[in-house]
Design a protein. Structure first.
Length: 410
């Protein structure tokens, strides 16, 4: 048996290599996607071979990640729960896609990932595997083995002589790529605990950021940033440049308790300096270059209305088409001051918030309220019928769908 494992060198995947080899008596091939982890990749191939892998692929996917995944997301103004820039979410489909390609190249029988049974990553990996290679067996060790948590994994690693970057001094996990770095688990699971100051890697604290704003000029072509301060750059280098600029000014820090796709709540702390700059620079261009109904239409059909995670969505291609076409009229420029805005008390939150707060005029509120009521009406109708039999509820749902189609046709 041959298994291709999505490998990062962290605690979980380091344990997975040796655990899979022992359990399945299989040949293990480690795969790591280089999507901007930088120093985290040093010595990774040697570590994988030492831990039980027969081969280790480390493929540079940074440009593909930036141009084909991050930039379309920026064009869609995607933001989850009004704060999260989707740094981890958008990377998983690319990693899984390349993992399937390596599995085909190696004639592997299965693919494996290190996502837990409580998070969103298992869904992202496995939906991509199922779409691209339904014949491959999917192994999710966190749903199979007897380890109860990270403490058990650390003890197992010590017994096997496996070196891992997690210790009692830094009891949290990290995930880094070109767009962001995330921190979760361990001490961060207690929402009362403030993240340690030495935890952050990409940005300084807002209190230590310069008091004087720095202006950066971004050039956009077809909705994508192609130059910074007049210097043409590839998508990946745009993000690298903006990460340094944003990090210097304490931009892009987020501390969020979010709702996971699987129904649980999870706390995550994120640094997304370059992504935050691009996210806030893009909407003003739409306001300048598009008619009002096009702006609203683009927001309305994007996955989650511009606020959702980019999970598989039947409207995704339509959203990309509409969000991509309006930009193609020419080149636009946007200048932003890089300085966290001060609050009324003089405090400086670590988020870039350029521009003013726009509110709906009273004449605009009624159509929006009517649309919300129409969208919620079928849900209320079904909720009122909870006391009916299963057959009656099914007939009622069919009747509602028929009414919807009739309303659309009218």
């Amino acid at each position: 048996m041959k298994i291709v494992v999505a490998y990062s060198g962290g605690l979980d995947t380091s344990i997975i290599l040796i655990w899979l080899k022992e359990k399945y008596n299989a040949e293990i091939i480690a795969f790591c996607a280089d999507i901007g982890q930088e120093e985290e990749l040093k010595g990774l191939d040697k570590k994988a071979l030492k831990t039980g892998a027969s081969k280790c692929y480390i493929d540079d996917l940074t440009e593909e990640f930036a141009s084909d995944f991050i930039y379309p997301m920026i064009r869609a103004n995607a933001l989850y729960e009004n704060q999260y820039f989707l740094g981890t979410s958008i990377a998983r489909p690319l990693i899984a896609k390349r993992q399937v390609e390596i599995a085909r190249l190696e004639n592997a029988d299965a693919v494996a990932h290190g996502a837990t049974g409580k998070g969103n990553d298992q869904v992202r990996f496995e939906l991509t595997f199922a779409a691209l290679a339904p014949d491959l067996k999917i192994i999710a060790p966190w749903r199979d083995w007897d380890f109860k948590g990270r403490t058990d994994l650390m003890a197992y690693a010590k017994s096997k002589g496996i070196s891992v970057p997690v210790s009692a001094k830094k009891p949290y996990s990290t995930d880094r790529n070109l767009l962001h770095i995330s921190f979760e688990s361990g001490i961060l699971e207690d929402p009362w605990i403030e993240p340690p100051a030495d935890m952050f890697k990409l940005s300084v604290s807002p209190e230590k950021a310069p008091d004087k704003a720095q202006y950066v000029e971004l050039d956009f072509v077809a909705g994508d940033c192609v130059a910074v301060d007049g210097k043409k750059l590839s998508p990946a280098n745009v993000l690298r440049t903006l990460n340094k600029l944003g990090g210097k000014h304490g931009i892009g820090r987020v501390d969020l308790v979010e709702n996971r796709f699987v129904g649980m709540k999870s706390r995550g702390v994120y640094e997304t300096p370059g992504g935050a700059i691009l996210h806030f620079a893009h909407p003003p261009l739409l306001g300048v270059g598009l008619l009002r109904f096009l702006v609203r239409a683009g927001t309305g059909i994007s996955p989650g209305g511009g606020r959702g995670k980019p999970e598989i969505c039947h409207r995704h291609r339509a959203a990309q088409a509409l969000q991509g076409q309006p930009h193609r009229r020419g080149t636009q420029e946007q200048a932003l001051p890089l300085q966290p805005r001060r609050g009324h008390d003089g405090s400086r939150p670590g988020r870039l918030q350029p521009g003013r707060c726009h509110r709906l005029h009273p004449a605009q509120r009624a159509p929006v309220a009517d649309a919300v009521q129409r969208a919620r009406a079928p849900e209320k109708e079904i909720a009122r019928g909870h006391h009916r039999s299963q057959e009656q509820r099914a007939l009622g749902a069919v009747h509602l769908r028929a009414n919807r189609r009739g309303a659309c046709s009218r």
